[in-house]
Design a protein around this ligand. Structure first.
Ligand SMILES: *Cc1c(COP(=O)(O)O)cnc(C)c1O
Length: 403
């Protein structure tokens, strides 16, 4: 989005504020579906946890997405946003049997990621088909915090335990209608992904009732100029071809499913925050913003990079700044970054703020979570109000003066 448009939003709705550009989300969706155009049945299930605002979920539904959820609450948000139960897949990790049963009772496709629950669920509900999450033990990305396919990962049922899965299915008469993998959040190398897919195809042959194969997500998006990103077109061509071949072999045309979060919303999001103070120390110039890791924790949590523009001085001479927050911990958003000269009161825009940004916001330091705005067809619409002091106190029970 243009600096002028973003600045107008900060003026109208105040800062800090998150802004999401619907056209960018649509562009990403169209690119993915086009890349897999040769696949007979493709399903893109948006991973709600990346950004779960109801209006965003509604927009995903409007695009034609299904929904990938990781909690019963996300399932409920999806239903409230207009998704039919059969358009939702529930892919949790380590949740209780009761939570899975609750989702299944709503008619949602469930995806089970451990043998213990698989056996319990199968014994109680053999009539409800389930998907199973397989861990192919392939490292898809370099960052171990977001790679979930490796040998000691807590996610999925190990591919080496395939015989156990088959035994449980036989014993309980459970129908397995899908198999799934999600190898992490940073697929740099398509060949690694294709390699993991072969493992999944191989496993798929063992299941007679499949309706879909879910390849998870992990598409890498660029964070700055020159960054490598997943070559979606090449992946579409290669995996699409292999998938079609597999369906022939399997004797049935299956649905190819993905569940991208970051890929769909990361680049569509901007986080706008005002500069409270410019502070020069011996060797560093700090720009202290009216925010902290309570609003945007990814740089501190994952070391993620977010490009920062000074909206108030777009053509300004660049200087080096360390951009920091107001939280009473070290909360550095950027270290010695070149940014157009900053004055107090200027508004900065953080890029790639759509995925795992608002979704991870908290009330730490008793701060309000920011507002969210949707930029759609040239108009800004408020889709979440900024919190208030009343919200902070909402569930607290003040036991009064009895001490
Ligand atoms: C988080 C998650 C996703 C989405 O991952 P992105 O990297 O945001 O695309 C997909 N599937 C599962 C099971 C997840 O937990």
């Amino acid at each position: 989005m243009k600096a002028k448009e973003l600045l107008a939003i900060a003026t109208e709705f105040g800062a800090p504020v998150y802004v999401y550009d619907s056209a960018k989300i649509q562009k990403q969706y169209d690119r993915l579906t086009k890349a897999f155009g040769k696949v007979g049945s493709l399903k893109v299930n948006y991973a709600a946890k990346a950004l779960s605002n109801l209006s965003i979920l509604r927009f995903m539904k409007h695009l034609g997405c299904g929904l990938d959820t990781v909690s019963i609450q996300e399932v409920r948000l999806g239903l409230d946003a207009g998704f039919r139960a059969d358009e939702i897949i529930f892919t949790p990790n380590g949740v209780s049997l009761e939570e899975l049963e609750e989702a299944a009772a709503l008619g949602v496709q469930i995806n089970i990621d451990n043998l213990s629950i698989l056996e319990q669920f199968g014994s109680k509900h053999p009539e409800i088909p389930v998907c199973i999450r397989i861990n192919p033990h392939v490292m898809a990305g370099g960052n171990s915090k977001i790679s979930v396919g490796h040998i000691d990962s807590k996610f999925g049922i190990s591919i080496h335990q395939l015989p156990h899965i088959l035994r449980i299915a036989k014993l309980t008469d459970l129908k397995i209608n899908g198999i799934h993998m999600h190898t992490g959040s940073d697929i740099l190398d398509i060949d690694v992904f294709l390699y993991a897919s072969e493992i999944l195809f191989d496993a798929a042959k063992q299941f007679k009732d499949l309706e879909f194969i879910d390849f998870g997500s992990g598409f890498k998006v660029p964070y700055k100029e020159g960054d490598i990103q997943t070559n979606i077109e090449e992946l579409g061509k290669k995996l699409g071809k292999r998938f079609n071949e597999f369906c022939e072999e399997y004797g049935k045309s299956l649905t190819l499913a993905f569940e991208p979060g970051k890929y769909l919303v990361s680049e569509a999001g901007y986080f706008l925050a005002a500069v409270n103070v410019v502070k020069q120390t011996t060797s560093t110039v700090f720009a202290g913003i009216d925010s902290g890791f309570n609003h945007l924790i990814r740089p501190m949590f994952y070391g993620s990079y977010h490009d920062i523009r000074n909206l108030s001085n777009p053509g300004g001479k660049e200087r080096f700044y360390s951009v920091v927050g107001y939280v009473c911990e070290t909360d550095t958003f950027a270290n010695n970054r070149r940014i157009g000269e900053i004055s107090e009161g200027d508004v900065l825009a953080f890029s790639n703020a759509g995925a795992y940004c608002f979704a991870m916001a908290s009330n730490y330091n008793s701060r309000y979570r920011p507002a969210e705005v949707l930029w759609h067809k040239g108009e800004a619409q408020l889709i979440r109000k900024r919190e208030t002091y009343e919200d902070l106190k909402h569930n607290q029970i003040d036991i009064g003066t009895q001490f």
